[in-house]
Write a protein that binds this ligand. Structure first.
Ligand SMILES: *[C@@H]1O[C@H](CO)[C@@H](O)[C@H](O)[C@H]1NC(C)=O
Ligand SMILES: *[C@@H]1O[C@H](CO)[C@@H](O)[C@H](O)[C@H]1NC(C)=O
Ligand SMILES: *[C@@H]1O[C@H](CO)[C@@H](O)[C@H](O)[C@H]1NC(C)=O
Ligand SMILES: *[C@@H]1O[C@H](CO)[C@@H](O)[C@H](O)[C@H]1NC(C)=O
Length: 482
């Protein structure tokens, strides 16, 4: 009897061991809300580009009146290949064009108004800038987005709800059926104080957009796919949740900008923030203006991409119809600065250990996953681990000199981390709230340490880290050693 009992225990233990050796632990459940595939693709673009171009380019204004003569619109050497080339050369994979701004002048020959390129001297009225833009983008493998201003100061039906909404949807249909696949459409609530009081039928517009384009992201203050970050300086909140409650959002409501900026840890909808900012003081090109410095652009990068945002950087073509040489040069410098900082992960190939690993050593969720290039793998602690951390050390136990910490969550499983701390040789060097797709800590000085530990102190469910990096930023204000 006694012998049989021992045998049973031994067999069942062996069984469990065999199981552990032959099977991976299942992944944890996602923590809702999670992104759609289209939103995830958008997030991974990190930097996308806006091109503000139109009547304002020729009248030296930001908001046209709608009374401009189409004869003013005459770019002498327009080349959309140059616009898209500048974007593609720095790895930008999505470019958005202002098909119509508030002045109502259309860059394509819309059949619903005569205020278009067709009435301009450009190409004898035979041109279509949206077409040239889309063709140029296709040739370089770059995706396109469009902006169609809801506020139209030229259109006479503006102010009459039914007529104007019908007109607007008609123009949307032109843009979303004539030019192939459109990846993002941009709506805003911008409107002058003198504008007629009218209601935009956003629900009708959004439904029509989704019908006509099945892999598009709709951007507006209220999403549904991507939300405005709440400012035009390119800065997300230092707490930045992709989840938010759409029921709280209305387009053009000034009192929700703070909510838009931070998002909502209890939000039920995945509507990640997009940071729109111009490389110049204006959105449109003005001869005397100059692009922002590399150091300003880097600050924007850290506070947008480094705070769980996509950066939508506007670069306006000039009245010749080309991006100014100064802007193209600045874009390259910006890109090369980012490359200098982030192409070298100082802890690549280092030893990683963690407070625990889901399913143990062979579970498939090992701590080393944060250093591989597989963007789908991640480190997961055990469900019971209430004080999770991950620690990196060089394999030769050498000193790491860094001033940037990069942390990334496996956001397709939900945005989870609420609070985290970073320790270098046991001393706190960085702390923050949310992480999301990417969190960058740019430190005030270079830290030298043999071990770096990231502690997750508060989280919705267990934290899941997909990637971690330590970097050296030679452009930081004070990059002296301590
Ligand atoms: C605008 O119109 C709406 C709906 O008709 C109305 O409720 C609102 O009071 C109006 N606002 C102004 C400023 O006239
Ligand atoms: C604007 O947002 C505030 C705060 O959520 C809300 O109380 C108010 O009703 C909103 N206004 C409109 C016009 O939706
Ligand atoms: C968002 O919705 C959730 C679920 O209904 C709720 O718990 C949370 O309080 C809401 N957030 C705000 C700011 O009202
Ligand atoms: C526009 O930029 C191009 C360089 O890309 C330059 O040759 C041209 O002179 C500029 N046009 C104006 C009006 O500044």
């Amino acid at each position: 009897m006694r012998n049989v009992w021992w045998l049973c225990v031994a067999v069942s233990l062996l069984d469990q061991v065999m199981l552990a050796w032959s099977q991976l632990a299942s992944p944890p459940l996602p923590v809702l809300p999670i992104p759609s595939a289209t939103q995830l693709k958008w997030q991974r673009r990190e930097i996308i580009m806006f091109l503000h171009f139109g009547m304002n380019t020729f009248t030296d204004s930001e908001w046209g009146t709608g009374y401009e003569s189409p004869s003013s619109f005459n770019p002498t050497n327009l080349d959309a290949n140059q616009w898209v080339g500048a974007a593609a050369d720095i790895g930008v994979s999505l470019v958005i064009l202002t098909a119509k701004h508030h002045d109502g002048f259309c860059l394509w020959p819309s059949t619903y108004t005569d205020h278009t390129v067709e009435k301009s001297p450009w190409k004898g009225g035979k041109g279509d800038i949206v077409r040239e833009f889309v063709d140029a983008a296709k040739a370089r493998g770059v995706d396109v987005g469009l902006y169609l201003s809801p506020w139209d100061r030229h259109e006479r039906s503006y102010g009459q709800d039914l007529q104007y909404n019908e007109f607007y949807i008609a123009q949307l249909q032109e843009l979303l059926t004539r030019y192939g696949s459109i990846s993002e459409i941009w709506f805003d609530g911008a409107k002058g104080a003198d504008a007629a009081n009218m209601t935009y039928y956003f629900n009708d517009w959004f439904s029509m957009v989704k019908l006509l384009q099945n892999s598009i992201n709709i951007f507006s203050d209220a999403g549904p796919d991507v939300r405005w970050v709440g400012d035009e300086s390119g800065f997300a909140g230092s707490t930045s949740w992709s989840p938010i409650n759409r029921t709280m959002l209305t387009i053009g409501n000034e009192s929700i900008v703070n909510y838009l900026n931070k998002g909502d840890p209890r939000g039920t909808d995945w509507v990640p923030p997009e940071c729109d900012v111009s490389i110049r003081p204006g959105w449109f090109w003005h001869k005397p203006e100059a692009p922002k410095s590399v150091s300003k652009l880097l600050e924007i990068y850290y506070k947008s991409v480094g705070r769980n945002c996509v950066l939508l950087l506007n670069v306006p073509p000039n009245s010749t119809g080309l991006l100014s040489e100064t802007d193209v040069k600045r874009l390259k410098e910006f890109h090369s600065a980012i490359y200098t900082i982030f192409s070298n992960n100082l802890i690549k190939g280092s030893k990683v250990k963690a407070s625990s690993q889901r399913g143990g050593q062979r579970g498939g969720f090992s701590a080393e996953n944060v250093l591989n290039d597989d963007e789908l793998s991640y480190w997961a602690p055990e469900d019971t681990d209430r004080a999770s951390w991950i620690e990196m050390k060089l394999s030769d136990n050498g000193v790491i000199s860094f001033n940037v910490i990069r942390i990334q969550e496996a956001i397709w499983m939900g945005q989870r981390i609420k609070n985290h701390e970073v320790y270098a040789d046991g001393k706190v060097v960085g702390q923050g709230t949310t992480v999301g797709y990417k969190r960058l800590h740019r430190l005030g000085k270079i830290i030298q340490a043999r071990s770096v530990r990231i502690r997750i102190t508060k989280s919705r469910g267990v934290p899941l880290l997909s990637s971690v990096g330590l970097h050296l930023d030679p452009f930081a204000a004070s990059s002296n050693c301590i």
